[in-house]
Design a protein around this ligand. Structure first.
Ligand code: 6MZ
Length: 357
């Protein structure tokens, strides 16, 4: 090879190496910034957020078969895992432990404000009201993070059970100042293939929204249903969009969602698993949000860290890898604006001022 060719080749190799190094450095800096940035979590189910190590330990202590944990996460498998978790989380002491551990994990991930949701259960002779009181105490004692509660209505338990739970919560809100401060909304969740449609629960959500003045976080369009359920949820939300957020809302176009809800709670790992997506780039709601204008605001959420093996910072990184560069600070601001407690904005400002991210 001619000396001048050797020199050219050397210069090209040096240039390429410098470009690769700059790319790696930029990527490392982006990832570090996203990990540390101030975040908001609006869609996380308490029992689904159990630490995997805690779940494995509890299952082993109780001699329970945990084989479902090794299976690919379809919607069906997720609900088998919830059944296992519910067998393991069999006392209010354990409920308190998993709540504290999850708050710790969120704080480490840069979360300034969380709305945790859970379905009250009567455990070991204690009532559903005791369950709500316990969770509210733990959330009110959290430090370095502001935590609020959404009471979950599990559609598969049916409307009578939901009415009974909400009557107890209404009573508690009147008699317990901590519960009154911490409970900021009601969630509609549970197996989306359940026979119970939203119409059986609508009067309860109307009461929560109009008489209690609280927010409604409604799971909708997580999986297709043939009974017009989604249309009823969308119509309910359209009446007072600022009081309603949607969980998942995977099956709709931007046009269908317009004017319906203040925000969509997107859960990347959970949605990718239940939709069986090969790549997050194909997530229908995230795709619309980042590729079209006029798409409703969305929040990046975890859903069930214990079931999907994800984390809040990890979900932000996945979105960045699939759609970046995108404005993640705006995503957090949108989430803060749609929080059911206005104190979220202050929690976000405080953390940003303290950590400068
Ligand atoms: C619908 C879900 C869910 O309430 O015992 N839950 N409901 N779709 C999902 N997507 C995967 N993930 C969790 O937490 C577990 C309960 O949350 C609801 C289910 O009712 C599940 O049993 P809690 O704290």
């Amino acid at each position: 090879m001619q000396p001048q060719h050797k020199r050219l080749l050397g210069a090209a190799a040096t240039g390429l190496a410098a470009a690769v190094a700059a790319h790696i450095l930029r990527r490392w800096r982006d990832r570090r910034r996203i990990r540390r940035m101030t975040k908001v979590e609006l869609h996380a189910h308490l029992n689904g957020s159990i630490r995997p190590a805690t779940l494995k330990r509890l299952a082993a202590e109780r001699g329970l078969d945990a084989a479902c944990l090794d299976r690919k996460r379809t919607l069906e498998v997720c609900f088998e895992i919830f059944a296992l978790i519910h067998k393991c989380v069999d006392s209010l002491e354990i409920v308190a432990v998993i709540a504290r551990e999850f708050l710790e994990d969120l704080r480490a991930d840069g979360c300034a404000y969380v709305e945790l949701r859970t379905t009250p259960r009567a455990l070991q002779g204690r009532t559903e009201a005791d369950y709500v009181r316990t969770v509210c105490r733990v959330l009110s004692e959290a430090s370095g993070i502001t935590a609020r509660l959404l009471v979950s209505v599990d559609r598969s338990r049916g409307p009578e059970a939901a009415a009974k739970t909400l009557a107890e919560v209404a009573q508690l809100r009147r008699s317990d100042a901590t519960v009154d401060r911490i409970v900021v909304g009601v969630d509609f969740s549970g197996n989306p293939t359940s026979k119970h449609g939203f119409d059986a629960f609508e009067h309860l959500f109307r009461e929560v929204r109009d008489q209690w003045g609280l927010g409604c976080a409604l799971h909708v369009g997580e999986t297709p249903r043939s009974d017009g359920d989604s249309a009823k949820i969308l119509a309910f939300a359209r009446e007072k969009p600022r009081r309603v957020r949607f969980g998942h809302a995977l099956a709709f176009s931007d046009d269908e969602l317009r004017g319906c809800a203040s925000l969509i709670e997107a859960c990347p790992s959970s949605n990718a698993a239940t939709l069986d997506l090969a790549r997050l780039e194909d997530h229908p709601r995230l795709w619309c949000h980042f590729h079209s204008t006029g798409s409703p605001p969305l929040a990046i959420c975890t859903d069930d860290t214990g079931v999907f093996g994800c984390s809040l910072a990890g979900e932000y990184l996945k979105v960045w890898d699939a759609f970046g560069p995108v404005d993640l600070v705006r995503v957090v601001d949108d989430a803060a604006a749609a929080a059911f407690d206005a104190c979220c904005g202050e929690a976000v400002r405080r953390r940003r001022a303290m950590y400068n991210v």
